[in-house]
Ligand binder design. Sequence first.
Ligand code: 5GP
Ligand code: ZN
Length: 139
Amino acid sequence: MRCRNSGEHARKTIVRCEPDVKISSVADCLFCQIASGLIPAAKVMESNRALAFRDINPQAPTHVLVITREHYPDLAAVARAGDGLLDELAGLAHQVAEAEGIDEPGYRVVFNTGPQAGQTVGHVHAHVLGGRALGWPPG
Ligand code: 5GP
Ligand code: ZN
């Protein structure tokens, strides 16, 4: 088994995988289960390899998560894959912002990466946030 559960943070189990192993789905990964339809989510938009749905605990009037359909543990893994998937994630994030009407006056896209940044789900996801003024620096 190449993936293992490696910790608890905010009651979510983080699944970590070997960096260069590409796998399509992890059985106990929450976002793999959303991607496959096993767990319901409020879908906003989708593309060939990515899916956007509303965050269950929104931190702004618009708070949408953009995930890969296949399992990559974090932004670093997607960047390493280097096959245009990161472009697709960023493109879908921007399309979500346009569809939600937050592209003007502006929105934020965040990839929490690793425990110190507050990543609680070990499947890459971009947060698309907007609809209110967003403070800087983030907490
Ligand atoms: P992270 O903390 O890893 O950057 O972001 C994980 C996000 O997933 C959180 O904002 C959290 O609210 C959201 N989340 C956790 N569980 C669920 C769920 O079951 N459904 C949806 N739609 N979002 C979830
Ligand atoms: Zn996953």
